[in-house]
Design a protein around this ligand. Structure first.
Ligand code: NAD
Length: 417
């Protein structure tokens, strides 16, 4: 199975977890493909007067647990396979995180950097106009690569103009001023921190132990700050431009100020040794947070990883081949579907707030996120112990069992004799 294709990798994990967890075969068959998928066009009158026709995709992967929810990606290489893979992942993440929602994903094949503000707004509004099924109880689009608070506010505005009434629960990742939620941007970093804190406690890692961070963006920086605040020592960071290492410790807040004024990069931060982007994965440390992109830990470098614990912050940072090597070496992996489901959880809260027209303060959102993700962590760990399986298989089995129950009770699949 090719490790480079995220959908193939997810199917492989599905089959492995389903066998270990004795999941109903009809449920597995239903999860091998999306429930429905749409491909549609969005015509946009460009600033120079010509008509451009963009292609858009939306996948409703599985809605056994609730309405479809999740991101819209605007990138030049967007396609249906990407939407399928990401929609599947979201299905599992919602089940892991205890959110009563189905998984979906979509996007537009376009390069936002080549569009004027007016063209981009027209494209995003066109996406909502042409999206075949929409609304708080059907499909709630959120942000992803190429989309952000402003695009989500345009989506909401367009939908409300079409419907003729307000509908804040129908779009996610909105700015606070457009009925959004507190902690929207920092949700995943917070979730990563709670899972890491619990793991370190349970595995007996002492306070002050060392960690390394690949990716200094939305997820990595927030998680790193919370870990430093909790007493753990940051010794190396890298981003797409390069990396830095100092085994005596790096102050993440000083590093943040530096990156804010140096092209959002950590490269060149004073008092550190320069390292390469991927050298970071091999530095001396107790635990490692890959928070950049997928497949960075692979067959070629898995035996050089010195950390004893990997917290998967990005989606799929460890290839299946690397996972086998690491497992043999006794390196523990906390899986992506658990570690980074914080934003899926807070998006669930955002919809709940919109539906009830009651907006929570930051502490309420934070405390609810902590409670939900710590529970998901314990459910995963308990499942791993009960079945003697890896944490990745345990998280998937835990999710699949929830989906299985919903499918059986709805009559989508029949009990096996
Ligand atoms: P971001 O764009 O804010 O930051 C990404 C960071 O990774 C940047 O520092 C960038 O320089 C670095 N980077 C990019 N390519 C790299 C490479 N090839 N090697 C090393 N570093 C590289 O992204 P983010 O929101 O922090 O998300 C990080 C990862 O987590 C992504 O894979 C994303 O899909 C995943 N994720 C994010 C969320 C979320 O809520 N933001 C939720 C789930 C999963």
């Amino acid at each position: 199975m090719a490790s480079g294709n995220p959908f193939e990798t997810s199917l492989k994990t599905l089959h492995e977890a389903a066998e270990l967890g004795h999941i109903n075969k009809e449920v597995v068959r239903l999860l091998e493909q999306p429930k429905r998928q749409f491909e549609f066009t969005i015509p946009v009158r460009m600033d120079d007067g010509h008509l451009e026709i963009f292609t858009a995709f939306r996948v409703h992967y599985c809605d056994a647990l609730g309405q479809i929810k999740n991101g819209v990606r605007v990138v030049p290489n967007m396609d249906m396979d990407t939407a399928k893979a990401l929609g599947f992942w979201m299905t599992i993440k919602h089940a892991v995180g205890g959110i009563p929602a189905g998984g979906g994903k979509g996007g537009i094949k376009a390069d936002p950097s080549k569009l004027s503000r007016r063209e981009y707004e027209a494209l995003i509004r066109g996406f909502i106009r042409r999206l075949p099924m929409k609304g708080a109880w059907v499909d709630v689009p959120g942000a992803d690569i190429g989309t952000h608070g402003a695009t989500q506010a345009w989506m909401l505005d367009e939908l409300e103009e079409i419907q003729g009434f307000h509908s804040p629960a129908a779009i996610n990742d909105k700015p606070i001023e457009a009925n959004g939620t507190e902690l929207s941007r920092e949700a995943t970093g917070h979730g990563v921190f709670y899972v890491t804190r619990e793991t370190l406690k349970d595995l007996g890692f002492p306070k002050g132990c060392k960690f390394a961070l690949q990716g200094f963006g939305n997820v990595g920086r927030v998680a790193g700050e919370l870990l430093q605040d909790a007493g753990y020592k940051l010794v190396a960071v890298s981003d797409i431009f390069g990396g830095i290492e100092n085994q005596d410790g790096i102050d993440i807040y000083e590093l943040g100020k530096y990156a804010d004024t140096h092209n959002h990069s950590v490269k060149g931060f004073p008092g550190c040794k320069e390292i390469g982007t991927s050298d970071l994965l091999e530095v001396e440390c107790d635990f490692l947070l890959p928070a950049a992109v997928q497949s960075v830990i692979h067959e070629g470098n898995a035996d050089k990883v010195k950390a004893k614990l990997i917290i998967e912050c990005a989606n799929g940072p460890t290839t299946p081949e690397a996972e086998k090597i690491l497992e043999k070496r006794g390196v523990i992996i906390m899986p992506d579907v658990l570690c980074n489901c914080g934003s899926a959880i807070v998006c669930g809260f955002e919809r709940t707030q919109g539906l009830t027209d009651t907006y929570w303060d930051r502490e309420t959102v934070r405390a609810n996120l902590e409670e939900r993700i710590v529970k998901a962590y314990h459910q995963t760990v308990d499942m791993a112990k009960e079945l003697n399986v890896s944490y990745r298989d345990a998280a998937w089995i835990h999710a699949l069992k929830k989906i299985e129950k919903a499918m059986l009770i709805r009559g989508w699949a029949w009990e096996e004799e």
